[in-house]
Design a protein around this ligand. Structure first.
Ligand code: AMP
Length: 403
């Protein structure tokens, strides 16, 4: 792997006795408990960085842990404090974790200077500063000030050129943590010289932000299966009726271009749909061929014929790359296409790479997470990897350490 990793922390860069700024992706859902306190609703992202944190602590480092949570838009928001996340981290690590209600400044410097090997200090939400997303060099300098080394374990944020992602490692010697290392290795393995045939499956609501992915996967894969709302845009681009279905009007021209291209993967679009008039489990639904989606009906899931075709292609694949649900999987019965695709991938002995928050949730709902080769923690980051884009957060971690 061309990105520097924890294993490069040797010699002058050995973690023992150093203060290390660890950028994690603890952007977890928060909720209120019975007593009204804000608590972590899903700790998986915190758990995913424990190997990195433990590795550094075992070697005598002191950790300054930083993340964003939610979208505070550059302003402090008590509802999006990192405090409850620090508390959950303490429980998971089984050791005390300090919290400082700011991410830069005198208090952070003072608390950091008192850190002993094995101590952990969590900073306040990085996005309380608008300089984080703007990649302000001043903020990057202030974040880097209390630390001697930088570790990026925030795969889900590596596609963002933010102060804590690309700014700080421009100042401190930096490496990728274990989570980032595992994620990058999985994508590299599946995308460079993959076992063929490669079946790429794309779904979700909008195609606007997935055009680059469609184009790249068309070059890489042997079969490109498109489901979910984005397939409706392709259907409309072919001049077929879509009723009241979701259509990304701005992407119609690109959809036409992609349909006209003959090179690369064979394109497979739904041949039938599950339609309903509204997204509700109690709404009457019908199974119809693709050209019978009439207003006010909406295509909300791929139909049984399409599922059969998609599952058949999955069964002939050696590698499956999947991003985006096949329908409105949050609301049964429109979850069937997504769940059947998930189960088919899990049951077939192929290399499977699943990315995107919704897709990972769908894999969990289908109870197949353990039977997939790799389920990415990153949404946008995994989409960019599938698009062949070099993530800025990784690009800064290449070359010789300290060079
Ligand atoms: P994305 O963020 O683009 O991956 O979209 C994920 C969302 O797409 C999920 O919340 C799904 O409910 C939604 N979705 C998938 N298929 C459809 C569809 N046919 N119509 C409307 N929404 C859909």
């Amino acid at each position: 792997m061309d990105v520097r990793t924890l294993d490069d922390l040797v010699g002058d860069f050995a973690p023992g006795g150093k203060r290390i700024f660890v950028r994690v992706d603890f952007n977890v859902p928060l909720e209120r408990d019975a007593a009204g306190a804000i608590v972590v609703a899903d700790e998986r992202r915190i758990a995913a960085s424990l190997p990195t944190l433990r590795w550094l602590l075992e070697r005598g480092a002191a950790l300054i842990v930083a993340s964003h949570v939610g979208r505070p838009e550059g302003r402090p928001d008590p509802a999006l404090s990192m405090k409850p996340i620090a508390d959950r981290l303490a429980a998971l690590l089984g050791r005390p974790v300090g919290f400082v209600p700011s991410s830069i400044g005198e208090t952070v410097l003072a608390r950091s200077s008192r850190l002993q090997p094995g101590d952990v200090l969590v900073l306040e939400n990085l996005r309380f500063h608008d300089g984080e997303e703007a990649c302000d060099p001043e903020l990057a300098r202030a974040l880097a000030a209390p630390a001697e080394l930088y570790v990026n374990d925030a795969f889900g944020t590596c596609h963002r050129a933010h102060a804590s992602v690309t700014g700080v490692p421009g100042i401190l010697p930096g490496v990728a943590g274990r989570l980032v290392e595992v994620e990058v290795a999985a994508f590299k393995k599946a995308m460079h010289e993959p076992a063929r045939p490669v079946v790429a499956i794309l779904g979700g609501a909008k195609i606007g932000d997935k055009i680059g992915t469609i184009r790249h996967l068309r070059k890489l894969a042997d079969h490109l299966l498109i489901g979910g709302g984005m397939a409706c845009t392709f259907q409309r681009a072919q001049g077929l009726p879509v009723g009241a279905s979701l259509v990304d009007i701005a992407a119609l021209d690109v959809a036409r271009e992609i349909l006209a291209e003959r090179d690369g993967a064979q394109l497979h679009l739904p041949t039938d749909w599950i339609i309903a008039k509204e997204i509700s489990s109690s709404a009457p639904y019908q199974i119809v061929p693709l050209d019978e989606v009439a207003d006010p009906w909406r295509a909300l899931d791929i139909g049984p014929r399409t599922i059969n075709e998609f599952v058949g292609l999955i069964k002939e694949s050696a590698t499956v790359l999947w991003n985006g649900p096949m329908g409105v999987f949050e609301t049964p019965p429109f979850d069937r296409g997504t769940l059947e695709v998930a189960v088919a991938i899990a049951e077939h002995p192929c290399v499977s790479l699943v990315g995107g928050g919704d897709t990972a949730r769908a894999a969990k709902k289908a109870r197949v997470v353990d039977r997939l080769t790799h389920v990415s923690t990153g949404g946008g980051a995994s989409l960019d990897m599938l698009s062949g884009i070099d993530l800025p957060g990784l690009a800064v971690l290449r070359g010789r350490l300290g060079a």
